[in-house]
Design a protein. Structure first.
Lengths: 155, 123
């Protein structure tokens, strides 16, 4: 295997991995990495197989570079974001927020139910038992939603 | 839990590096404009800061989009033109804020790591 062949193969692999990126950025990234490899080989003063393998190893896996691009654009700061990445991120955020808010909401609802049932038990108050039991429905729905959202997080 | 522990101890600095790299990049371009390859060389000579050199490009693209750096193409004596990166006022502000936070963070970690008594002395 010649050094140049290794570079060609590497760039083809990068190009393939970068398919998920939006077009102008994809071309830019491939050009940048190509230029980087050229400079690295110039600095090494050799283009033989060993020199190329060492240079490519320092540059890193094409998939890793593209993944870093996805991470950078997935933060919502930019226009460009790959579909798979953003949806995965959104699901993760949803699960996290559900996990954070659910104990609070659950506690409040539980307190509300207990208070209403207690009021209904006292004869002087006009709160019907039916109203109190109605509150059990949203609690059940909430519990269902929370468990449905948590499940996908388990691999 | 067990699984998480092993994967984290294998690469203890990966996450840390990821979080800190952008500020190291801003520090490198703080005083003079630099092109990416040169930047990577400076970061590498400073220490084990960049793991995969290629991942600097996604980072630089993001810094540019966020307005923390600006770029200019310049001719080079040898080879194709190079894209030079320069810090913006916003970038400088972000770097200053991080530098302040970092000192406190570093001292806190150092304090814990260095003051904790060696294994066995705790009980």
């Amino acid at each position: 295997v010649t050094g140049d062949q290794l570079v060609t193969d590497y760039l083809a692999r990068l190009e393939r991995a970068a398919q998920v990126l939006p077009d102008p950025r994809r071309r830019d990234l491939v050009d940048e990495v190509r230029g980087h490899i050229e400079l690295a080989l110039d600095a090494a003063g050799a283009r033989d197989e060993v020199a190329v393998r060492n240079a490519l190893e320092r540059v890193g896996d094409p998939e890793e570079i593209v993944a870093a691009e996805g991470e950078m654009t997935g933060t919502g700061r930019s226009h460009a974001t790959t579909r798979a990445d953003s949806s995965g991120r959104r699901a993760g955020l949803g699960a996290v927020s559900a996990r954070r808010t659910s104990p609070v909401i659950l506690t409040l609802l539980t307190v509300a139910v207990v208070v209403l049932i207690a009021l209904a038990a006292v004869p002087e108050t006009r709160v019907p038992l039916a109203l109190a039991s109605l509150l059990i429905v949203p609690v059940a729905i909430l519990l269902y939603i929370i468990f449905a959202m948590r499940r996908p997080r388990q691999p | 839990m067990q699984h998480m522990d092993t994967s984290e101890t294998r690469q203890p600095l990966t996450e840390l590096r990821r979080g800190v790299l952008e500020f190291c990049v801003l520090a490198v371009v703080r005083d003079r404009e630099t092109y990416a390859f040169e930047m990577v060389r400076q970061l590498s000579s400073a220490g084990d800061i960049v793991s995969s050199e290629g991942t600097i490009y996604p980072l630089l693209a993001r810094l540019r989009r966020d307005g923390l750096v600006t770029t200019t193409w310049r001719e080079s004596q040898a080879g194709p033109p190079r894209r030079y990166y320069r810090i913006t006022a916003e970038g400088r502000h972000a770097l200053d804020a991080f530098s302040t936070a970092w000192v406190g963070f570093r001292d806190a970690v150092d304090g814990l790591l260095l003051s904790t008594s060696p294994r066995g002395d705790a009980r």
